[in-house]
Write a protein that binds this ligand. Structure first.
Ligand SMILES: Nc1ncnc2c1ncn2[C@@H]1O[C@H](COP(=O)(O)OP(=O)(O)OP(=O)(O)O)[C@@H](O)[C@H]1O
Length: 471
């Protein structure tokens, strides 16, 4: 009644005063209500209790949007919150909820139960909707998670394939050429990669008695065992190239049982070299190439010992300008061409088993690094005429043998040298003898001082009949 409404006294705050005014105004419109407020209750009672339910909805939204929890956890939290709020609505603030509509003056008439049921129903409805939303969010996040995992594994596979491809390219091509091809993605198929070099060392090393060893009978499983052996030998040579000291040496290819390698092809090294640099700097890579050839010999000796074979290397080395390039769009192959390569090949083919044959010009360079040579004589090389060639015998341990200076043999200790007599050489060609420098009688192997002039033995071994035929 209006009189009862008048009992509603404002609290000391301005808000309460305003509310009281609203309530008073409402009461004039719809006076028939059972909501009474005593003086004490007016200070204690919440005038808008449905705000609790609204706040609860905000919390529910927060629970749903919080990504860390699982769907089940969210539903349990949601149900607990809703149960708690509806329970509170019914048991703790029931009265004020019923009267809220009346006090607020928005819906002063009607059933007071609406004030109680309205927020609770809204709460239930929102909770239900949020449950569906959480369900679909969970489903979507599961799908996204699976997609993410798939993308990650595909990315991993792609980078793994890329790594393998790169390793393959680096195995097929020298590092600087591989970097060129891997870095240049817009390469045309027909585009030719070529590079000219002025100062390169070229080595050919063959096993002359391998062709006799190779036979396609049942014992050898139609040649498979021979190939297995060859693979072992070549792989051991390849393994030498992994050593840091041979990083200047690049394997070009194998031609049957012939191993072809070159030095001085690294553009980074070439860029640092000036024509005015001393020979020891410019041709250090040739020294490394010869050391590599020596190591190849040792490796083959080791294999011979294990397999009771008697293979010997016949090697030829030359130096000079070459052109390097990669041929072919499919199965590309890095190779070197030029007269230098042809002569190096001839040095090998006309050489002698167990020896490294070099041209006179090459001895002039290698003497700076302390190598000792034996003059072989004139060799007829196709397209070049008669070439004076030398067998490389070893390296002085005390340094260079300058062609124009005093030979340093006075104080130097020579590595044991090989002496191959005609008879032995024939045996070697027949694959019967293991020609090993270390096996040579040391007194026989040591050079006589008077035989050596400027690092060259001037008392050459006469080429065998077989060699003459080869020439
Ligand atoms: N890039 C290379 N790879 C392998 N071998 C090479 C390469 N370049 C040249 N040679 C070899 O050098 C040798 C000398 O070559 P050259 O051009 O002087 O004569 P050729 O007439 O081609 O050879 P042949 O007389 O053996 O037929 C040849 O046996 C050739 O196989």
């Amino acid at each position: 009644s209006p009189a009862e409404t008048a009992n509603f006294n404002s609290t000391s705050t301005d808000d309460a005063a305003a509310t009281a005014t609203t309530v008073a105004a409402a009461s004039t419109v719809a006076p028939l209500h059972n909501c009474t407020l005593s003086e004490t209750s007016s200070t204690q009672l919440c005038v808008f209790p449905s705000y609790y339910s609204m706040f609860c909805i905000l919390v529910l939204i927060g629970i749903i949007l919080h990504g860390q929890n699982t769907f089940l956890q969210k539903v349990i939290l949601l149900a607990a919150m809703v149960a708690f709020q509806i329970g509170s609505n019914y048991f703790f603030i029931r009265e004020s909820m019923q009267c809220e509509r009346y006090f607020s003056g928005v819906f002063p008439g009607g059933n007071p139960q609406f004030g109680l049921l309205g927020p609770s129903t809204l709460l239930l409805f929102v909770a239900l909707s949020l449950t569906f939303l959480a369900f679909y969010m969970e489903k979507a996040s599961k799908v996204l998670f699976i997609w993410k995992k798939e993308v990650e594994s595909q990315k991993e596979t792609a980078s793994d394939i890329r790594r393998r491809n790169e390793a393959l390219v680096y195995n097929i091509l020298p590092p600087h050429v591989a970097s060129h091809f891997l870095g240049n993605r817009k390469r045309q198929h027909e585009e030719l990669y070529s590079q000219s070099y002025a100062e390169v060392g070229v080595l050919f090393a063959s096993m002359p008695n391998f062709s006799e060893f190779y036979c396609e009978d049942d014992v050898n499983k139609q040649g498979l065992e021979c190939l297995r052996f060859l693979n072992e030998v070549i792989s051991d040579f390849d393994a030498l190239l992994e050593l840091p000291k041979f990083k200047e040496v690049i394997k070009i290819k194998t031609i049957g049982s012939t191993y072809m390698a070159a030095s001085g092809l690294d553009p980074n090294f070439v860029a640092t070299i000036k024509p005015s640099d001393p020979i020891e700097v410019r041709w250090k890579h040739l020294d490394v190439l010869i050391e590599f050839a020596m190591e190849m010999k040792k490796a083959l000796t080791g294999i011979n010992e294990q397999s009771f074979n008697h293979f010997v290397l016949k090697m030829g080395v030359n130096h000079g300008p070459i052109t390097a390039g990669v041929i072919g769009a499919r199965k590309p192959h890095y190779d070197i061409w030029g007269n230098t390569v042809n002569v190096a090949s001839r040095m090998e083919s006309t050489g002698r088993a167990g020896f490294i044959q070099v041209t006179e010009e090459t001895t002039h360079i290698l003497q700076h690094f302390g190598y000792i040579f034996e003059q072989r004589g004139l060799v007829s090389v196709k397209g070049k005429g008669q070439l004076m060639t030398y067998y490389l015998l070893g390296k002085s341990t005390t340094g260079a043998n300058y062609p124009s200076g005093l030979p340093p043999f006075e104080n130097s200790v020579m590595e044991p040298l090989k002496e191959v007599d005609e008879e032995k050489e024939e045996e070697i060609h027949e694959g019967q003898v293991n020609l090993d420098m270390d096996e040579t009688n040391e007194t026989e192997g040591l050079l006589k001082k008077e035989d050596v002039q400027n690092g060259v033995i001037v008392n050459p071994t006469v080429p065998s009949e077989e060699q003459e035929n080869l020439l």
